[in-house]
Write a protein that binds this ligand. Structure first.
Ligand code: PEP
Ligand code: MN
Length: 338
């Protein structure tokens, strides 16, 4: 249930509604917009009569929220959320342009890619230190050494870093060192991990599970938010369908749908969606045109020798072309890269 208050409602009146909600054993979430104040009720509202609130002249309307997600719900927060990743704004017209290798392989490799991506205009650097691989015999990532390399390259380039957290064992370390903590598709429903992310100060990049519905995906964001961290960015990365020509099927519809259902920024990873480097440019353009708040693209200086996902990685010069194409579309839409 959400209670919309009329413009210029006094603090005393807001407190009155909050106390009334709390006296029913529920929690509140207040959003003060430029035009109105919205009070969201968190908890079981089924036994509360909306008339309780409607009798107050300063209450504009009371709405029941059918969806199981509340904090992530657009109804709770009509304005788009802007997530601040160490100074880089994501959402509300500012794009996250995340680029970098699938896996961190060496300092030289990450530095070369990061410098090239930055020169193209990328504002965030990605690189996997801990890799979720389908086969235990595949390269598993450099682990802690990989994280140190990312930090070193961040120092050199000034680019904030994005990397995947797989185990709760590394929560504190990631909270200290990583600017945007990525939760991969395979961990989207690792509920214990999601709850623990709520305790962190860092923003979270939550990728869509391989076969997750929109509601399941948003509920995972709700887990993080309900545990105390509202800085969540969603990332569409393709889903499993019957088509196996491409690695996954990029669900571009998810962008307008998520925009309608939630206030969280939504970005797109075209690399893991298609699994082929030559699909990345077209899908990036389509994603930005469809309203995405950014892209996460795999870039490698030597894709042939990449230890992971070389086939879907762009060479830096191709990323440069992509960036220029995307920048033109962004400009038409009035969006910028901060
Ligand atoms: C990745 O971004 O490195 C990755 C493994 O992606 P996903 O979790 O979407 O498969
Ligand atoms: Mn990859």
């Amino acid at each position: 249930m959400i209670i919309v208050l009329k413009p210029r409602t006094k603090q005393q009146e807001i407190d009155h509604v909050v106390n009334l909600i709390k006296s029913k054993g529920l929690d509140t979430h207040i959003v003060e917009g430029s035009e109105m104040t919205i009070i969201g009720c968190i908890g079981d509202t089924t036994r509360i009569d909306s008339k309780l609130f409607e009798v107050n002249p300063f209450v504009d309307k009371v709405m029941h929220v059918q969806e199981p997600y509340k904090l992530a719900n657009r109804a709770f927060h009509p304005e788009e959320s802007i997530v601040d990743v160490s100074g880089v704004k994501v959402g509300g017209g500012s794009l996250a342009m995340i680029a970098g290798p699938c896996s961190v392989e060496s300092t030289e490799q990450v530095l070369e890619i990061a410098l090239a991506a930055k020169a193209s205009g990328a504002n965030l650097l990605r690189g996997g230190a801990f890799k979720p691989r389908t086969s235990p015999y595949s390269f598993q990532g450099l682990g802690l050494e990989g994280l140190d390399i990312l930090c070193e390259v961040k120092k050199e380039t000034g680019l904030p870093i994005v990397t995947e957290l797989m185990s709760p064992e590394h929560l504190e370390l990631f909270n200290e060192k990583v600017d945007l903590i990525q939760i991969g598709a395979r961990n989207m429903q690792n509920f214990d991990l999601l709850k623990q992310l709520g305790q962190l100060d860092r923003p979270i990049l939550l990728k869509r599970g391989l076969n997750a519905t929109y509601e399941e995906w948003i509920m995972s964001a709700e887990y993080i938010m309900a545990s105390g961290n509202e800085n969540v960015i969603l990332c569409e990365r393709g889903i499993r369908t019957f088509e196996n020509y491409t690695r996954n099927t990029l669900d571009l519809q998810s962008i307008p749908v998520l925009r309608k259902l939630t206030h969280l920024p939504v970005i797109v990873d075209p690399s893991h969606a298609g699994g082929k480097w030559w699909l990345v440019d077209a899908m990036s353009r389509a994603a930005i045109a469809a309203g995405a708040d950014g892209l996460m693209v795999e870039v490698h200086n030597n894709p042939e020798c990449a230890l992971c996902d070389g086939a879907q990685s762009l060479k830096p010069e191709k990323y440069d072309e992509l960036f220029r194409d995307v920048a033109q579309i962004a400009k038409v839409l009035g969006k910028t890269v901060s």
